[in-house]
Design a binder for this molecule. Structure first.
Ligand code: NAP
Length: 233
């Protein structure tokens, strides 16, 4: 079995990578990084991709020469060079909204499209990490325009993908997953005052691994929590 982890240098991505490295049936792991990473297993082939750069995403297609049986996209941004999550309309900046949209929605979908010829094997499962705050039906607080809008766009892309790919001869299982609040570089600054406990990357990855490996074809096209419960789109 061959695995692709997009964003394997991040908190959740790297913890998941550790689990797939230990899975005996895994022959090859394609792991994408954005900044530098250290390689520590002969099973892992690192590929550099910038989801903010359409040319870099398109080039992924030429770098993968094996069929992929598990696709997990763990990449995403909440804050960065373009600014912090917006609390009010006064903080809206087009450049940040566009960058969030490119990295969180356009990039992951385009990476999947670039690799589509390698994603047609029997029992292929694709998981995209989204976020509950990207749910339109569940939005009660507002704010975080760029992150919420880009994750909602990602969710729509995943839904379209699941419908289109259900017509493939080997039907893949494709879902959006909210990983739950997890202690990573992405979340740390925003969870300091949180009263409820924040899960570790190891705990998150263990549940994510279980979810991917137990996904059923009838779950395709759903937005799920790590425990398999459905979330509203
Ligand atoms: N942590 C949470 O509480 C939480 C909650 C809900 C949803 N999520 C979602 O879970 C996923 C994983 O997040 P995380 O918490 O593990 O965050 P993280 O530690 O910050 O990891 C994010 C990953 O995205 C990659 N990335 C960022 N910009 C990129 C770009 N332009 N091109 C390619 N890759 C890029 C990072 O690569 P580099 O480090 O190399 O830049 C890193 O591998 C994200 O989609 C996030 O939205 C997380």
């Amino acid at each position: 079995m061959n695995v692709m982890i997009v964003g394997a240098g991040g908190g959740i991505g790297r913890a998941l990578l550790e689990l797939y490295i230990r899975m005996p049936s895994v022959q090859r792991i394609y792991a994408t990084h954005h900044r530098s990473v250290s390689s520590y297993s002969s099973t892992v082939q690192w590929l550099r991709v910038d989801l903010g750069d359409p040319g870099s995403v398109a080039a992924l297609g030429q770098q993968v020469d094996q069929p992929i049986h598990r696709w997990v996209c763990c990449a995403g941004i909440l804050a960065g060079a373009h600014g912090q999550p917006e609390k009010t309309l006064r903080q809206l900046a087009a450049a940040k909204l566009q960058h969030d949209y490119q990295v969180n929605a356009v990039g992951p979908l385009s990476a999947f499209a670039a690799l589509a010829p390698r994603l047609r094997d029997t029992d292929m499962r694709a998981v995209f990490l989204s976020a509950q705050v990207g749910s339109i039906g569940d939005n009660r607080l507002g704010g975080w325009y760029g992150y919420r809008m880009s994750k909602a766009a990602l969710n729509m892309g995943i839904k379209c993908l699941a419908i289109e790919c259900s017509r493939w001869r080997s039907m893949p299982t494709i879902v959006a997953v909210h990983p739950g609040t997890t202690s990573t570089n992405l979340s740390r600054a925003f969870t300091k005052t949180r009263k409820e406990p924040v899960q570790s990357t190891a705990a998150c990855a263990a549940q994510l691994f279980e979810l991917v490996e137990s996904l059923l074809p009838e779950q395709s096209g759903q937005f799920l929590r790590l425990n398999g419960e459905s979330l509203p789109w």
